[in-house]
Design a protein around this ligand. Structure first.
Ligand code: PEP
Ligand code: MG
Length: 546
């Protein structure tokens, strides 16, 4: 047995067989494919994308470091088109019926070792280039391969790291737990695991990925972050005992179902659920959510291989509203970018994606995509009590522009005689320090604010939420973050807007009283945390001094 320690991101336990979804050293999977034509076409598309990137890099290098130094990228462009190189890739795809990434990887390795063994020092140095170009080509094709559909039987998904777009595609019924070598607590993969009620440990370390093998029995403790590979009898017994106690505790919390979210001195608060898909609505209702406080609509885009059209979106939003039977449903518009990427958007790689073209910025740049989503949302609004929420607002003009586009979408619907609900609430996420600081100007224009503490913390403390190495610098209780929340709550109420928190901090019961005293009206948490937060609310007496 070996024990590894990471960060538990969803408190639950599991024991099962490990299934690795990435080849560990190379991060390239070998997958058998049935459609060879599709792989060849993916290869061509990947090549076109890589060529475009290289041309841009070449131009930039030419400007910044001169012709001599830029020449290397010219060589890369030539290699990408090299007939021997390409024929080798195509041959591997055809003869072995494998995915294009794997064929590129094998070709890159073969050519690199061929170059390394040459006497000519110029040719020797080309080994690194062919590896580099193969890596780029793989990256240009990577996320199209649906690794997420892997488990055919119940297993523990292990990976070096997982992207949200991969996690969302797993067949949840067969995922007992997630363990990743890298990753951080507030990454979207961790959030998804929580929304899916799946025990998860992130940051278990590179060594875990090197040590554990496919098929090994693994025990996962999502509370402590411990992962046991090939656990001995005593460890298995200990995990089973904890599992039993965990179930009993969760059963006890069920007694709170049907009870009000009210403090001892009578202050009521709404406790809503965060969901990432229509499939999570069941868990929200089962856990007694009074509404949906955050539907991360971008997962609809991440699940697809092309833009989901208006009809597809309309049917999903309608279903969520219908299932929630008149309870509030807040749907956040597309928050793609940073770690949430869909290839078909064709976005350029960015140096600082968290500060880049994401969320509302992307929607304002790609108004056609935004308008399609808004049409679907307003059309669905007649099926329940809808709130539409816009992510990553940092400027007042962004909100003004968004409101103009909403008006134009609504008048378009009206003109064609399509119904929409005039009582649809409009809100924004407060997840940039800028938005919190100008919240007094923003609040008269909206019905509600929802504070996204995951990003608000990241941007206030300048700590990348994806980077597990920065954990000790990422103090979610930092007074600057709490002050921005307090200020936002006060400014919302000044102009009659309500204010909630939908970031992960909303489920931190050590802060529930602080939030209530700040005047927070709603807490939106992963479905499995609803009853825990209800228990906390019901034990607080705001009448007694702080
Ligand atoms: C947040 O930033 O707190 C939030 C809820 O949005 P996301 O985690 O999806 O970025
Ligand atoms: Mg956010």
């Amino acid at each position: 047995m070996r024990k590894f320690c990471g960060k538990g991101v969803y408190g639950a336990l599991a024991v099962g067989k490990a299934t690795f979804v990435k080849c560990r050293e190379t991060e390239i999977c070998r997958c058998e494919v049935s459609d060879i034509g599709e792989e060849l076409s993916r290869l061509e598309k990947g090549k076109a994308k890589a060529a475009k990137q290289l041309a841009q890099i070449y131009e930039r290098a030419l400007r910044e470091v001169g012709e001599d130094n830029a020449r290397i990228f010219e060589t890369h462009m030539m290699m990408l088109e090299d007939e021997d190189y390409n024929e080798s890739i195509r041959n591997i795809i055809r003869t072995q019926s494998v995915n294009a990434e794997y064929a590129v990887f094998v070709t890159g390795e073969n050519f690199a070792s061929m170059f390394s063994s040459m006497d000519d020092s110029y040719m020797k140095a080309r080994a690194a280039d062919v590896k580099d170009i193969s890596q780029r080509l793989c990256e240009c094709m990577a996320s199209r391969h649906k690794r997420g559909t892997v488990p055919k039987e119940p297993c523990i998904i292990c990976a070096d790291d997982l992207a949200p777009s991969e996690t969302v595609l797993f067949d949840k019924d067969n995922v007992l737990a997630f363990v990743t070598g890298k990753g951080s607590e507030n990454s979207h993969t961790a959030i998804l695991a929580r929304n899916m009620n799946i025990p998860a440990v992130v940051g278990a370390g590179k060594e875990f990925c090197e040590f554990a093998k496919d098929g090994d029995i693994v025990a996962v403790d999502g509370y402590t972050g411990e992962v046991f590979v090939c656990p001995d009898k005593a460890t298995l017994e200990m995990i089973e005992k904890k599992q039993k106690a965990d179930m009993e505790k969760k059963e006890l919390l069920k007694n709170l179902k049907g009870k009000e979210n009210v403090t001892l001195d009578g202050r009521r608060i709404n406790i809503y659920a965060n969901i990432g898909s229509v499939d999570h609505v069941g868990a929200a209702l089962f856990n007694d959510a009074e509404g949906i406080g955050l539907f991360r609509s971008e997962f609809l885009y991440l699940e697809s291989s092309d833009y989901p059209d208006e009809e597809r979106q309309f049917s999903v939003y309608k279903r969520v509203l219908e299932c929630m039977g008149g309870k509030k449903v807040i749907i956040r518009t597309l928050d793609i970018g940073a770690d949430k990427r869909a290839d078909y958007f064709g976005l350029e790689n960015e140096e600082n994606p968290a500060l880049g073209l994401r969320a509302i910025r992307l929607c304002l740049e790609r108004e056609d995509v935004f308008r399609t989503q808004l049409r679907a949302l307003f059309r669905a609004s007649v099926y329940g009590s809808l709130g539409i929420m816009f992510p990553m607002i940092a400027n007042e003009w962004e909100l003004d522009k968004v409101l103009d586009i909403c008006d134009s979408v609504k008048s378009g619907l009206k003109k064609e005689g399509t119904e929409y609900s005039t009582s649809t609430e409009i809100g924004i996420m407060i997840e940039t320090p800028a938005a919190a600081l100008i919240s007094e100007k923003l609040s008269p224009k909206v019905d509600f604010f929802s504070i996204g503490t995951n990003d608000l913390t990241q941007y206030t403390l300048a700590v990348d939420r994806q980077n597990p190495l920065l954990e000790r610098f990422c103090d979610t209780h930092h007074e600057a973050v709490l002050e921005l929340i307090r200020m936002t709550a006060q400014n919302a109420h000044k102009h009659g807007a309500w204010v909630g928190i939908c970031g992960e901090l909303a489920a931190d019961t050590s802060l529930t009283e602080v939030f209530l005293r700040m005047g927070i009206d709603e807490l939106s948490v992963s479905p499995s945390y609803i009853l825990k937060v209800r228990e906390a609310v019901r034990s607080i007496d705001l009448g007694s001094p702080e």
